[in-house]
Ligand binder design. Structure first.
Ligand code: SF4
Length: 328
């Protein structure tokens, strides 16, 4: 069975965009691969964050991941900082990473613009820690969206450079491209994001709060009154119907929208029902975990033990190849 590694930053409760873009795939992959999933808190410190909230953000995110169906009996789920070998390997790998390679990373350039008051070295060497996350577990597959392909390509180069300089330890990791629909936020313009405030938290998928949130969702802007026909192909509400609703629902929307036979309130009401159905199991599992928060911590601790055992074996090999004093 091939090993898959994937990480997610601790932003607290998950939203619909996180689910569609990442966790939905995590759940599917755990039946086909040996999956190692990580909440990457060391990555998160390269940006400003509320220190007092970090622990609860990690906990809430892990809770949501488990409630969505990641099964600790079939996948390893843990927190990055519980396995210090991540940062140890990152230091080793930094010795075979070209400065120019890091300078070329578009994400570094973007972040340097977005947080120009805090361009730190961690932000610059972030891809080296990402390479360490993957290589520590000798992962062969890494699920990536198009925006992460460049980082994975660098991780592959770093692994090769290590093997060439010190001897083979790491396999080639391959990208597993995720073909997920782009999920826009309530504004219908930008990618769904908690920081932009255009998100639908999974915890809000209950009748009343969801109706309220979807009430804010931008529709076909040319459909000004109930009597105007609309175009579902330019409407973000219809994009959500494509994900959560049935073929019959979509045919009903297309016919009703283009002939002004239904209003946007009807259309959104149907979507609310479908989303509530889709997340029924999640809500049940979430309620059980909220009632027993110690269970989440237990799962993370057990996951960290399993991850650490693998990481320690890899680091023993790495130290031996490097000829370090602590070599076995
Ligand atoms: Fe969008 Fe539905 Fe309104 Fe058509 S009826 S504009 S698809 S919300």
């Amino acid at each position: 069975m091939k090993t898959v590694f994937s990480g997610i930053q601790p932003t607290g409760e998950l939203h619909v965009g996180n689910y569609i873009g990442a966790i939905h795939n995590w759940v599917k992959m755990q039946d086909q691969y040996r999956c190692i999933y990580c909440v990457v808190d060391y990555h998160a410190i390269t940006q400003d964050y509320p220190v007092k909230e970090m622990k609860s953000r990690v906990h809430d995110m892990a809770l949501d991941i488990l409630a969505l169906g990641v099964d600790p009996d079939r996948a390893i789920l843990f927190v990055q900082s519980a396995v210090p070998e991540h940062t140890e390997l990152a230091w080793v790998l930094s010795a075979v990473t070209g400065h120019g390679d890091l300078e070329r990373m578009t994400q570094f350039k973007d972040k340097s613009v977005n947080q120009s008051e805090n361009i730190n070295a961690g932000l610059f060497s972030y891809p080296v820690l990402q390479a360490a996350d993957i290589l520590l577990y000798k992962a062969e597959l890494v699920p990536v969206g198009a925006d992460q392909v460049q980082h994975l390509e660098l991780a592959r180069r770093i692994g090769r450079s290590f093997n060439n300089r010190w001897g083979k330890v790491f396999p080639e990791c391959e990208p597993k491209l995720t073909e997920t629909p782009k999920v826009l936020g309530l504004d219908g313009k930008q990618k769904m994001s908690k920081s932009l405030g255009n998100h639908i938290p999974l915890s809000a998928i209950e009748d009343k709060p969801l109706r309220k949130l979807l009430g804010r969702m931008v529709t076909d802007e040319k459909r000004v009154t109930r009597e105007d026909p609309g175009d579902p192909d330019v409407c973000n509400v219809f994009s959500f119907h494509k994900i959560f609703s049935t073929d019959d629902d979509r045919a009903w929307v297309r016919e009703g929208c283009t002939t002004a036979g239904i209003g946007c309130v009807d259309c959104k009401g149907r979507l609310v029902g479908r989303m509530i159905e889709h997340f029924a199991d999640y809500r049940e599992r979430r309620a059980a975990l909220v009632a027993n928060p110690a269970r989440v911590d237990e799962i993370l601790a057990a996951g960290a033990d399993k991850a650490r055992a693998i990481a320690q074996r890899t680091m023993a090999e790495v130290r031996q190849k490097l000829g370090l004093w602590r070599s076995p």
